[in-house]
Design a protein around this ligand. Structure first.
Ligand code: 5AD
Ligand code: SF4
Length: 463
């Protein structure tokens, strides 16, 4: 497939629109809300960068804002309901302040079904655009401001890569770097490939330059992002895969931890594990979503691996990196899943022994194959299975965390918590959360912590 890189003239045109808006408006305050995954968090940092270039400052209070931007998520129905709730609340603000600009972007906004509903029922929204048009936000907003009409830009552009947009980051310690966009896997339950388009990789030069810049600026934890980072590079002319990219980034000198997500078990393997095991910067952590422990359900999900092949990869990983912290995503109640199949998932979870899990009850996404499959099991019954999964995992996470108590562990202090008893927040190399006592000056430093307590979700320690 040909790589779709936006020509520099086009991105320069967007920078020019930022300047035109700056001249037109003389400032104002923007309220940006981000729903969903880390990719959206990274996208919001670009959107904020563009808004800053247009002269906007930022506020946490929508009632003070001149522009509200909702960067939405479509992964499950409850993510969409939250956004409709927020739009409902904004309606009242806009009644009082008709010149408030309301913009809707992100995965939910890319869907025709949603755009239709917003067109008809949420007349307060001025601008709707999907992730594929994100790089054209300045131009689209300029259109709204000059035409005084609503603008919808949700065409499927198959996706492209735009470099050089400004970024406003929200931490001085942790940074996210997208290495690729989109997904080609079409897991049968998932909306992402429809809204984020086909896989496209940023060039290794652009990625390396960004990471080098971040390290130079003092960032201590850098997380590489992609829907499936393991298929990085398949569309590049130079043959370079994700393991190769990681090995190059690992050569960068400086004091930083390197993380990445998300991984797909079908594309993960020994080459990656070998690079991780040898590396200087890569954290001993892998998020390896299994989704289900039943071979029949995995086939119906179109996941491309079996329970046995997944377990074999976990074994190989732990052989190379015994201390690795392993986490996963699980879906309970996929259409047609039986109780016995759900229990196979719980048995897999017990067999692997994950440090933590992200667990979901299946939510039908209109337009995906799974949404058309018969789904006879009631929500109540799925909830019972789900609770059994949570009980099993919580017991295990609590045990895992208890084993840290009394030990001294390396940590990165990544921020203030706002909690007086444990004023700092920190992470272990494996990414476990530590509530920490220590001085505020420690933020941004690597240190050692004495772990004194733990619960299901976190550790507690002293600097
Ligand atoms: N219903 C429930 N969970 C889903 N996920 C993706 N699509 C759905 C859906 N339709 C979960 C998967 C994925 C995580 C990001 O969200 O577990 O790994
Ligand atoms: Fe969705 Fe599967 Fe792609 Fe992940 S790999 S974004 S679950 S389709």
């Amino acid at each position: 497939m040909k790589r779709a890189v936006i020509p520099p003239e086009e991105t320069a045109r967007q920078r020019a629109y930022e300047q035109k808006i700056l001249a037109l408006r003389q400032g104002g305050l923007a309220h940006v809300v981000t729903y969903g995954c880390q990719q959206n968090v990274a996208d919001s940092q670009q959107l904020r960068g563009m808004l800053a270039a247009m002269g906007f400052g930022f506020t946490d209070d929508p009632a003070q804002a001149d522009l509200v931007l909702l960067n939405t998520c479509a992964i499950r129905d409850n993510a969409e309901q939250k956004v409709y709730g927020a739009l409902g609340r904004l309606t009242h603000i806009k009644e009082r302040r008709p010149d408030l600009l309301v913009c809707l972007c992100g995965c939910m906004a890319q869907q025709e079904r949603v755009a239709e509903k917003v067109r008809r029922s949420y007349r307060l929204v001025d601008l709707v655009f999907g992730p594929q048009a994100l790089w054209r936000f300045p131009e689209l907003l300029y259109e709204v401001l000059t035409k005084k009409g609503r603008v919808f830009s949700i065409e499927n552009e198959r996706g492209a890569i735009a470099e050089g947009a400004p970024v406003v980051r929200d931490s001085a310690v942790k940074a996210w770097v997208s290495i690729m966009y989109g997904c080609n896997n079409f897991c049968s339950y998932c909306i992402v490939p429809y809204v984020r388009g086909r896989e496209r990789s940023r060039s290794p030069e652009d990625i390396l330059a960004e990471v080098e810049g971040l390290v130079r600026d003092g960032y201590k934890e850098i997380t590489l992002l992609g829907q499936n980072v393991n298929s990085y590079g398949k569309d590049l002319e130079t043959p370079l895969d994700f393991a190769g990219l990681l090995a190059q980034i690992d050569q960068i000198d400086g004091d930083f931890w390197l993380r990445f997500m998300t991984n797909h078990p079908k594309d993960t393997g020994d080459r990656l594990f070998a690079v991780m095991a040898k590396s200087r910067h890569i954290a001993p952590q892998l998020h390896l979503p299994v989704q289900s422990g039943s071979d029949r359900v995995l086939r119906a999900m179109n996941r491309g691996y079996t329970r046995a092949s997944y377990l074999e990869k976990v074994r190989a990983l732990r052989e190379k990196i015994p201390q690795v912290v392993l986490t996963s995503d699980i879906i309970i109640g996929f259409p047609g899943e039986t109780e016995a199949e759900a229990m196979e998932t719980i048995s897999l979870v017990e067999e692997v022994g994950y440090d933590a899990l992200f667990t979901f009850i299946y939510s039908p996404r209109p337009g995906t194959p799974a949404a058309e499959m018969p789904d006879p099991v009631s929500r109540e019954e799925k909830q019972v299975w789900f609770q059994r999964l949570l009980d099993a995992q919580n017991r295990f996470s609590a045990q895992r965390h208890a084993a840290y108590v009394g030990r001294k562990v390396p940590i990165l202090v990544d921020g203030l918590s706002g909690d007086e008893a444990w004023p700092l927040s920190a992470r272990t190399p494996g990414g476990r959360l530590v509530h920490l006592q220590g001085p505020a000056e420690a933020v941004g430093r690597f240190a050692q912590a004495d772990i004194v307590d733990s619960n299901t979700w976190a550790l507690f320690g002293h600097l």
